[in-house]
Design a binder for this molecule. Structure first.
Ligand code: XMP
Length: 211
């Protein structure tokens, strides 16, 4: 089974999704796409594959769960929530997700440089919170694979999804070897010939498929 989540941060998301669907575990959608196309894009993509709604939800509990509800009602299989907002918001979204058999991933540490400033020093606590509140998994950076190893020890068998591969410099194979279950790849695949690019990324991950 594929261990690739493709971030469709582009207006021709549907066209690309149809081309590469056979090679992905899920598609990830973010605000720019949904703000331009509406929630219906989630519904359209969900006919093709699993969809993760990356709204990085970070509000008070009743608003956060309403945001998640919009995503699940549109056909999303999972939502991404910021862990730093605390246990009440995480619990509220996890509770809501159960009505949809949906998944909740908590962001522990952003893959960007700024992720080192405030998130990295507390990301182990955030991972503990994700476990305690019943999240399905966490988001951990492929740009700092040693952090994936550390966070894996905390989250046990929760899923780790890992962005930062390709355009941000991270390597898919290294992230998976460090303990990520899935890597998230955006620009490295969606810029240019998506089918050719995804095959190249899969080649870089060779040795892990079928294991
Ligand atoms: P690329 O591969 O184009 O991917 O850099 C960009 C997409 O991935 C998301 N992204 C993240 N999402 N935690 C997240 O929850 C992160 O650390 C992170 N880094 C990148 C980004 O929002 C975009 O959709």
């Amino acid at each position: 089974m594929s261990r690739l989540i493709v971030a469709l941060d582009c207006e021709n998301a549907l066209e690309i999704a149809k081309k590469i669907a056979d090679y992905v575990y899920a598609f990830k959608v973010n605000y720019p796409l949904v703000l331009k196309k509406g929630l219906s894009i989630i519904e359209e993509l969900s006919d093709i594959s699993k969809v993760i709604a990356d709204f990085k939800i970070a509000d008070v509990p009743h608003i956060s769960s309403q945001i998640a509800e919009c995503a699940f009602n549109a056909g999303a299989n999972a939502v991404i929530v910021h862990a730093f907002v605390g246990s009440d918001t995480l619990s509220s979204v996890v509770r809501l997700s159960k009505n949809y058999d949906g998944e909740v991933y908590a962001v522990c540490e952003l893959s960007s440089e700024g992720g080192k400033e405030f998130m990295m020093p507390i990301s182990e606590k955030l991972a503990e919170l994700a476990v305690k509140t019943g999240c399905s998994g966490i988001v951990a950076p492929a740009t700092r694979v040693e952090r994936i190893k550390t966070l894996r020890k905390i989250v046990g068998n929760l899923k780790i999804i890992s962005p930062g591969v390709g355009a941000q410099g991270g390597k898919a194979l290294e992230a998976l070897k460090a303990g990520a279950d899935y890597v998230i790849v955006g620009r490295r695949i969606i810029k240019g010939d998506a089918l050719k690019n995804i095959k190249e990324v899969i080649k870089e991950m060779e040795g892990l498929y079928g294991n």
